[in-house]
Structures are given as C-alpha cells and as structure tokens.
Design a protein around this ligand. Structure first.
Ligand SMILES: [Zn+2]
Length: 153
C-alpha cells in the first residue's frame, strides 16, 4: 500500500462541507433554536409554539430531525383538533368498535383511502371538520350507518 492511496480518501473527506452546515445557503453552521414554527394541517397553517429545531443564523433556514418532526406534527394535530373541536384518535377507534367496523370498512363507507383511518387513530393525521361531523353522525344517529351502507353498495 502506498501512502498516497492511503491518504487519498481522507483528503476527499476533509473537503466535504461540515454536516451541520446550512444546506440552503452554505454560509453558516446550523444552531439549535427554540421558537414557533408554522405547519400545514389539512391545508390550514397551524402555528406551533415552543418547537425545538436547527436554525441557520444567516438565511433563516430551519431543520428538524425525525423525532422533532414527529413531535411537531403531533402537536400541530392536537392544536388543530382543539381549535375545531374534533374527536380524539381514541374516540374514532371507539366509534369503529361500537359498530364492529374494520378500518378498511369505515374508510370505504366514508369514501376515504384505505390507510386514512389508521393514520387518524395513530395521530399521524387528523380528520377534517366535515369528516368529524360524519363520524359523530355514525356515533350518535342510529340510521346513519345503514344510510352510508346503502350509498356504498
Ligand atoms: Zn443558511
């Protein structure tokens, strides 16, 4: 092994930009920051206070890691749910159990994508106000389910 082949890869690595350099402007190191971020939930901009993220002091670019992103959306969904007085995930599950419906069966009745109900119940997404009304009708108005089943047939 020659010394040049041994040191070659190291020199290439040294020329790489640092991992914490701003990916947007490349002119600064990203710094940890706490503040409000605005996230879209069902097309509505939700302002989430007290978020932890990385901020570029030069261009204002923000970055979040996977855990921060998950936490951020969970809090944005909770704020959206509270603002529009929507059913919590466990209540959606309870409505399904009340009528012995699978996630796929309920999705079909409401003409939704097959994974939509599972995302609502896991808190990874939140139902619209219109869908929330339909869920409450299924829970509180006995004839609703029969009506939806006729419509889906
Ligand atoms: Zn930047």
């Amino acid at each position: 092994m020659t010394s040049s082949s041994y040191h070659g890869p190291e020199r290439r690595l040294a020329r790489r930009p640092p991992d914490d350099e701003c990916p947007s402007c490349g002119r600064a190191i990203m710094k940890p920051h706490t503040g409000a971020l605005t996230l879209p939930v069902n097309g509505e901009a939700m302002r989430v206070p007290g978020c932890s993220y990385m901020l570029c002091p030069v261009c204002g670019e923000t970055l979040t890691d996977l855990d921060q992103t998950y936490d951020l959306f969970a809090r944005a969904h909770a704020l959206y749910r509270a603002k529009h007085d929507l059913l919590p995930p466990e209540e959606i599950r309870a409505i399904r159990d009340q009528h012995d419906l699978t996630q796929a069966a309920l999705a079909k009745l409401l003409r939704l994508g097959t994974n939509t109900i599972s995302r609502w119940e896991a808190g990874r997404n939140v139902q619209s106000a219109a869908m929330d009304v339909l869920l409450r009708l299924i829970r509180d108005v006995p004839a609703t389910l029969a009506f939806l089943r006729r419509r889906a047939a």
